[in-house]
Design a protein around this ligand. Structure first.
Ligand code: ADP
Ligand code: MG
Length: 220
């Protein structure tokens, strides 16, 4: 995954607000890059552009070797489904589904046999260390850390080559937060994802292969 000289602005009254200013970033498979920076510095915008959810005003975004600039909306949606896993701040789990069912629902959308889907879901929940009893619980019966584990497992369900994670620990206490970052380091290695972890909490960055800082839309 790479961003080259990416610029992004938002409308701001009759002017435009610069959210990303010539941002370049290359992340290799199996690498965990952390991006730290204060609130409002452009971290979520960076992820939205990398996720191809927002089209930059300038620069190039390459995912899985493909230049996303000239792609149709449909092609970008397909690229996202096949290559990009996204973990947002809030786990966004469906309240009525068990942990297992959250992932099965995604597998169902992708198609294929139910039996193969169940096996894949089992392996994914195993890889985030959610035990068998907890896999049958609904979100409100899980802790915040466990919900975030399900969230991460769900993001990995299409075997994405890129994993984009936005402030995954903001709703968690210190220890749980560290466990989630530890887990992200682990899945980055085992699933060989190019992972970008965005956080305003500098103390969580010990597990990253590289730490970059965002300030006023610039990355350094
Ligand atoms: P961070 O994630 O580091 O807090 P953001 O990427 O969310 O930063 O925001 C960067 C800047 O862009 C901020 O000044 C924010 O107010 C502004 N911004 C973010 N999203 C929008 C939007 N949809 N419309 C207008 N301005 C936005
Ligand atoms: Mg943000």
């Amino acid at each position: 995954m790479s961003l080259e000289a990416v610029g992004l602005t938002y409308p701001d009254g009759d002017r435009r607000l610069t959210a990303l200013d010539a941002v370049s970033l290359e992340v290799a498979p199996g690498e965990l890059v952390a991006v730290a920076g204060p609130s409002g510095s452009g971290k979520s915008s960076l992820l939205a552009v990398a996720a191809t959810l927002l089209r930059p005003d300038a620069g190039r975004v390459t995912v899985a070797g493909q230049d996303t600039a000239r792609m149709s909306a449909r092609a970008r949606t397909a690229l996202r489904r096949e290559h990009i896993g996204i973990v947002f701040q809030q786990a966004n789990l469906l309240p009525s589904l068990t942990a297992e069912e959250q992932l099965l629902a995604v597998e169902h959308v992708r198609g294929g046999s139910v039996r193969a889907a169940r096996a894949r879901v089992g392996r994914l929940l195993e890889s985030v260390s959610l035990d068998a009893a907890k896999r049958r619980r609904r979100p409100h019966q899980l802790s915040g850390g466990e919900r975030q584990r399900v969230n991460i497992a769900r993001a990995l369900s299409g075997s994405p080559s890129v994993l984009l994670v936005d402030e995954p620990t903001s709703a968690l206490d210190r220890e749980r937060g560290e466990q989630v970052v530890e887990l992200l380091a682990e899945v980055t290695r085992t699933h060989r994802t190019a992972t970008v972890l965005v956080t305003h909490d500098r103390e969580l960055l010990g597990r990253a292969d590289r730490v970059l800082t965002m300030a006023d839309g610039r990355l350094c």
